[in-house]
Design a protein around this ligand. Structure first.
Ligand SMILES: [Zn+2]
Length: 87
């Protein structure tokens, strides 16, 4: 059985232009897949990316690979890391 959920992939560009696309998310591997094609013509600066879960929770997306959500790593300070990219 797959644990994949259908989520919204949200990216915020330039001065707040918000683009939403359907995607799939596997909470076990933190991997985002099947992101619907987005029209980003004319947009230049990617400011933020997150996914929105069906319960409304937002998870920050790795700015390097754009395909994983960041996971909280417990240390002396709280650090968010991508499971596949080096911090
Ligand atoms: Zn990454």
């Amino acid at each position: 059985m797959s644990n994949e959920a259908t989520v919204k992939f949200v990216s915020i560009w330039d001065e707040g232009t918000k683009i939403r696309a359907n995607s799939k998310y596997n909470p076990e591997t933190k991997e985002i897949s099947d992101v619907q094609e987005m029209n980003v013509d004319g947009l230049e600066v990617l400011e933020q990316e997150y996914i929105e879960l069906p319960n409304g929770a937002r998870l920050e997306v790795c700015q390097n690979c754009h395909r994983h959500t960041l996971v909280l790593v417990m240390r002396s300070i709280e650090v968010l890391e991508c499971p596949i990219c080096d911090a």
